[in-house]
Design a protein around this ligand. Structure first.
Ligand SMILES: Cc1ncc(COP(=O)(O)O)c(C=O)c1O
Length: 394
């Protein structure tokens, strides 16, 4: 499918300009139809019943599960379907048997979902080492070299910043971690939807992502594990091999991490979203967003009273662009964009308060984020509206 043809599959784009895909993406009609099909034609629980609906639902669920795993290059590991990235990261934080004196390395770039779970481990005597990015938000692998030690149990790093858009050098960081026998968790919430991802090439131990940011339904996401060595947070139906009144044996594979009824229709919908992304091609999506991002940055950087926060255009960034305007709160700018031109953007701290403090931007930023359904005309409307706002500031 050609990327330009995809717009018609997202009816919301007829009515407004959606530039908030980093928060959650739109969903194409094909994904909605796939989920309706489950609910209306073969809805049943999975892995339990022998009747025909249960057999079909189980097969479609497993099929979707496999597709999602392959999409991130994860065939060599274990994938647990989760409800989002936050839950996936919580499974790592809660699933390792921590010992007092263990250390975790995190960065100031992280979303709260990949920062607060590590801070909370201080209750168990775990110490946190924090790496700070340079003024453009880039993380230098040398700064990891200087903090990772043989006491480091885990490093937790975003693959792409949801505020500044920069892509982090996760492969180099994986090498450093493994020289010290430390585990690496990569938060792929912003990378999987936008750039080709191969977890085995990265060399990480855990990888988290959100289905709802990659054309899938809300309530879906995943945690990929190189080895299924985490203690499951929940236990119950579907996650054990056998049980007696005295004991139980946990299931050996992915089921171990999916206790209870999983989001069956949602996972099948996410599998369809993966097909959709594959039909267009992740390289094509990446190039399309690079062009749009260049256009946004060129446009915004030429406007008075606008300051872009983060890197200017280069190949180490995704289509997330943050900016601030002199004398205006980011929420005010976002309101005007909506009211004047029906443009949806995010404003505020983007669940990254430590980063905002590091940048000295306590009120946050205005954040524009693109996806495959955006086009150059929409980007031009954004810059024209910001130009209009800027004239009123002067
Ligand atoms: C980098 C990053 N990590 C984690 C999250 C949390 O994702 P979710 O709300 O799907 O759990 C987000 C959401 O914006 C994100 O951008």
């Amino acid at each position: 499918m050609r990327i330009e043809e995809s717009r018609k599959d997202f009816p919301i784009t007829n009515d407004l300009i959606y530039l908030d895909s980093a928060a959650t993406s739109l969903t194409p009609i094909q994904v909605v139809n796939e989920m309706n099909d489950y609910d209306l034609r073969y809805r049943a629980n999975i892995g339990r019943g022998v009747h025909r609906l249960s057999v079909v639902a189980t097969e479609r669920y497993k099929n979707a599960h496999d597709k999602i795993k392959t999409f991130i290059g994860g065939d060599g590991g274990t994938l647990a379907v989760t409800k989002n990235t936050t839950e996936a990261i919580g499974m790592v934080a809660g699933g390792i048997r921590w010992e007092s004196g263990d250390r975790v390395v995190a960065t100031v770039l992280e979303h709260h979902s990949n920062f607060l779970p590590w801070l909370r481990l201080r209750e168990y005597g775990v110490k946190i080492d924090i790496v700070r990015p340079d003024s453009d938000g880039y993380l230098n692998p040398d700064s990891f070299e200087s903090v990772i030690s043989d006491k480091t149990r885990l490093a937790a790093i975003t693959h792409a910043s949801n505020v500044l858009g920069n892509i982090t050098p996760v492969k180099e960081i994986a090498d450093i971690c493994h020289q010290h026998d430390a585990l690496l968790l990569v938060d792929g919430a912003q990378s999987v939807p936008h750039i080709p991802v191969d977890v085995s090439d990265i060399g990480c131990d855990y990888f988290s992502f959100s289905g709802h940011k990659m054309l899938g339904p809300t309530g879906t996401g995943g945690l990929w594990m190189r080895r299924p060595d985490l203690k499951p947070l929940h236990i119950g139906g579907g996650s054990i091999e056998s049980a007696t009144a005295e004991n139980f044996t946990a299931a050996s594979g992915e089921e171990k991490y999916e206790a209870g009824t999983p989001p069956v229709g949602g996972t099948i919908g996410l599998g369809r979203a993966v097909d959709y992304l594959n039909d267009i091609g992740m390289d094509t999506i990446r190039r399309h967003e690079e062009r749009l991002t260049g256009r946004i940055i060129d446009g915004l950087s030429a406007i008075d009273h606008v300051k872009i926060v983060g890197p200017y255009f280069d190949e180490r960034r995704i289509g997330v662009v943050s900016f601030v305007m002199d004398g205006m709160h980011p929420h005010e700018v976002a309101h005007i964009l909506d009211e004047a031109s029906a443009i949806m953007v995010r404003s505020g701290e983007h669940c990254c308060m430590p980063l905002m403090q590091h940048l000295g931007l306590e009120s946050g930023t205005v954040r524009v984020s693109t996806y495959l359904y955006n086009n150059p005309e929409e980007v031009d409307m954004l810059t024209a509206t910001i130009e209009e706002i800027s004239r009123k500031v002067s």
